[in-house]
Design a protein around this ligand. Structure first.
Ligand SMILES: [Zn+2]
Ligand SMILES: [Zn+2]
Length: 370
């Protein structure tokens, strides 16, 4: 009997050791992975500088072009999911976007304009579009509108999880009409507690694990701008995206019109005889494809954003609704209709365009511009 107990105990001990070893091994693996990722961030900078070299190699032959232009987005997507999973901030995507924009503009000025097919007005339009994109990007980078911690926390000192806020739209006032009081009561219920920031946050606000703070009317964390998109910068984010996509499409059509004048822009992207006869036209053609891939991705993001605004749903709300199986997929699954805030197509757009600017807290200072 005693021997049996001893055997059981030994077996349990072995299991415990194995578990400890497994845990140690997995934590070791994750720390090694973390170390690789840390160094990868730095080593990605020379990789960025390799972009012109890669595009020039891709221009040498169409097979090289296909291989490189397939591998590049694949690598970027892999890096995106790797950083997204770890919820860490990265400057890689912002650097890649700005560097690509600058390089494409440089090629446009040095390779396409000297050909003489593009007029001064067209060059000015493309230049204005590019400068406007950068200006709007800087405006978007001012911050998403973090829930102002000191004000809320100070006013809520001594409150508990279940308590209601004494500031903001839920604040009570003595002598208010019954209807108004009922409305306020309903509104109060939507305030939620953030266990990380330890604050009560207004309706539709959410915590971003990458930025480490609660954002008012949080939409999503965008790796391309290395910041959250929230109440304070959602409109300028949409405008940046729209201006970039329009400028890029215009630029691509100018380039293809110059190197392949006998074809329409869309046809020229797939069929442009003799484009590889000269290195300069081959490089322009390769860069048109590179820009088209990026623009295609951003066009999809823009489409989803426009649909989300039309249904008055944020990316975060759509994700939560999918998880809790409360939302309805609409338009081939492009949008998740929660039905929670929607007041009809027209009113949803009015609400978005007239949405009050969130207070920009100290977190969104000038130091956050990168
Ligand atoms: Zn929070
Ligand atoms: Zn964020």
């Amino acid at each position: 009997m005693c021997k049996k107990r001893l055997l059981n105990l030994m077996e349990k001990c072995q299991k415990w050791e194995w578990l400890k070893e497994k845990h140690f091994r997995s934590s070791c693996q994750s720390s090694v992975f973390g170390l690789v990722m840390e160094h990868l961030e730095i080593s990605m900078i020379p990789a960025l500088l390799l972009l012109p070299v890669l595009l020039q190699v891709a221009a040498a032959h169409y097979l090289l072009g296909i291989s490189i232009l397939t591998a590049l987005p694949g690598l970027v997507l892999w890096y995106y999911y790797a950083t997204h999973r770890r919820k860490r901030r990265t400057l890689f995507f912002l650097s890649l976007a700005l560097y690509s924009l600058a390089y494409m503009y440089y090629l446009f000025i040095t390779q396409v304009v000297p050909r003489g097919d593009v007029g001064l007005l067209q060059v000015s339009t493309a230049t204005s579009g590019m400068l406007l994109t950068v200006a709007l990007l800087i405006h978007t980078k001012r911050g998403p509108g973090f829930v102002p911690q000191p004000a809320v926390h100070g006013a809520l000192s001594g409150t508990t999880k279940s308590s209601t806020p004494s500031v903001g739209p839920g604040a009570s006032s003595s002598g208010a009409p019954a209807e108004l009081q009922a409305g306020k009561e309903a509104l109060r219920g939507k305030w939620s507690w953030c266990p990380v920031c330890r604050i009560m946050r207004p309706p539709r606000a959410g915590h971003c694990r990458t930025c480490g703070g609660c954002v008012q009317r949080l939409d999503h964390h965008c790796v391309w701008i290395n910041s959250c998109v929230g109440q304070a910068n959602h409109r300028s984010f949409l405008l940046t995206l729209s201006v970039f996509v329009l400028t890029s499409l215009y630029g691509i059509s100018l380039v293809l019109g110059s190197i392949c004048p006998q074809q329409r822009a869309v046809t020229a992207l797939f069929y442009c005889p003799g484009v590889y006869a000269h290195y300069s036209t081959a490089l322009c053609f390769t860069c048109s494809w590179y820009s088209s891939i990026i623009t295609g991705g951003l066009l999809y993001v823009l489409l989803v954003q426009v649909l989300n605004i039309s249904f008055n749903v944020t990316e975060r709300e759509a994700r939560l609704a999918l998880r809790s199986k409360k939302g309805q997929r609409r338009l081939f699954g492009l949008v998740i209709d929660t039905g929670e805030h929607s007041r009809g197509f027209f009113q949803n757009w009015v609400d978005f365009l007239t949405m009050k600017d969130a207070s920009v807290s100290l977190r969104s200072s000038c130091t956050d511009l990168v």
